[in-house]
Design a protein around this ligand. Structure first.
Ligand SMILES: Cc1cc2nc3c(=O)[nH]c(=O)nc-3n(C[C@H](O)[C@H](O)[C@H](O)COP(=O)(O)OP(=O)(O)OC[C@H]3O[C@@H](n4cnc5c(N)ncnc54)[C@H](O)[C@@H]3O)c2cc1C
Length: 397
């Protein structure tokens, strides 16, 4: 695994003063500082002094971010692969979508981490403290105080990007997306390199299970086994299912070059729409799309808005920040209805996804997935689904 070390670990036992503290330097924390850099450069204004606190000591290539790349963001040049055609399938049935202008894009985490850490390292207004696990946040007379590893930092405002506590999440309305993935080197593997397979549903499981396959070039691919399961306490070893699927492909000799796995809450998270000197951001603030587990695009949207609020606060001296609105409420409502129906009828879900992709265009689907549907996109999505289970899912009993 590639090991990226961060900027030099800062040692001191004084109380450090900043304009802003960002708790967590994962996707949201790092995106936020990159947006701050980009926006201050564009507007030629002064950067606030920012400190990031992060428990890890090293950054590995621990995930890949995939998303429909519609809107500009600071990491576009780091995208490693693009597909303009994608499909969902089950058995012999495949639905293809294309969009010549919007790609399904893949961005490896190590590229983003490298890029952001280098930016932080070369920006005197930014400090990254690695190896610090935040244990306390307090309001004080003149701002906020954050504590980690028996040290304290003071700032005018705090952005908290820590993930939600999985044990406190209620999967009453929703499921867990659990996946195990492998990046594989296999000379001339034979998968169609022009097409990303988003879901290839597998039969014989009590809840929806599918293979996700990104052909990276003729000799490499990323493949993941994903399940939408009701709970997370008993998790089968999906790597075994993935390996037996690989065996069935008769690929001959192949090598595993990287592994990634995850467990994402596909459920409405507590909304943290607030204003003040302490703002939550990222997955822990409900930014991830509940019905899909996609987060990268909403994260960029949230970070851009938050960065604008921070620069206004820095210019005015009024550090009462406002949580960004990530998506329209009716989309969250549609997601919760979908999740309720999915949970009641897991056996029907594969056909719903096939119908959904068959009834929409690539453009409609990418706008819907990116939280930016036009009315007729949302109408096409709603119309593609069978009314009975969804009307039942709307009813409160
Ligand atoms: C393997 C994997 C693949 C994914 N693939 C995709 C994808 O293809 N597309 C997509 O849109 N989404 C994807 N996601 C979902 C989502 O985009 C990622 O989980 C993303 O990293 C979430 O961003 P975040 O900033 O909210 O959380 P994180 O990136 O997890 O950042 C939170 C940070 O907070 C830090 N932290 C935790 N506790 C403390 C503490 N006490 N004090 C200080 N810091 C703390 C953590 O160390 C971490 O760095 C994937 C997730 C996983 C796990």
């Amino acid at each position: 695994m590639t090991q990226l070390s961060g900027p030099e670990l800062i040692q001191a036992d004084t109380l450090d003063d900043y304009d802003l503290i960002i708790i967590g330097a994962g996707l949201t924390g790092l995106s936020l500082v990159c947006w701050l850099l980009q926006l201050t450069k564009e507007a030629q204004v002064e950067l606030p002094r920012v400190c990031l606190l992060e428990p890890r000591l090293f950054y590995g290539n621990d995930r890949t971010w995939c998303f429909w790349d519609r809107d500009p963001h600071p990491f576009r040049d780091l995208i490693s692969h693009r597909w303009f055609r994608w499909r969902v399938s089950q058995g012999n049935q495949s639905i293809f979508q294309t969009d010549k202008s919007v790609a399904y894009a893949m961005l490896p985490a190590d590229a983003l981490y490298h890029h952001a850490l280098a930016k932080i390292d070369s920006t005197p207004a930014f400090d990254l403290y690695l190896g610090f696990t935040v244990s306390g946040i307090e309001h004080t007379n003149n701002g906020m105080m954050v504590s980690a590893n028996e040290r304290h930092w003071r700032a005018k405002a705090v952005i908290d990007t820590r993930p939600p506590d999985a044990n406190q999440l209620d999967s009453g309305v929703g499921v867990w997306q659990i996946f195990s993935g492998l990046e594989i080197a296999c000379p001339k593997h034979g998968f169609d390199t022009s097409t990303a397979t988003l879901m290839d549903f597998q039969t014989g499981y009590p809840y929806p299970c599918f293979v996700y396959l990104l052909p990276l070039d003729e000799d490499h691919f990323l493949v993941e086994w994903t399940a939408f399961q009701p709970g997370k306490n008993v998790v089968p070893d999906y790597r075994i299912d993935l390996e037996s699927w690989l065996e069935r492909q008769n690929l001959g000799h192949y090598e595993v070059t990287r592994a990634e796995s995850g467990m994402l809450p596909m459920m409405p998270l507590p909304g943290y729409n607030s204003s003040g000197q302490l703002i939550r951001a990222g997955v822990g603030a409900g930014w991830m799309r509940a019905a899909t587990g996609y987060h990268f695009v909403s994260c960029q949207r949230g970070c851009e808005t938050l960065a604008r609020h921070i620069l206004t606060a820095h210019a005015s001296g009024n550090w009462m920040l406002q949580s960004p609105t990530i998506r329209a409420r009716w989309l969250d409502w549609m997601d919760s209805v979908f999740l309720r129906a999915l949970k009641r009828h897991p056996d029907q879900a594969p056909q719903w996804f096939l119908d959904l992709f068959a009834a929409t265009t690539g453009g409609q689907m990418s706008r819907f997935m990116n939280d930016q549907p036009r009315w007729h996109d949302a109408w096409a999505v709603a119309n593609a689904l069978p009314p009975r289970p969804f009307i039942r899912a709307v009813l409160p009993w």
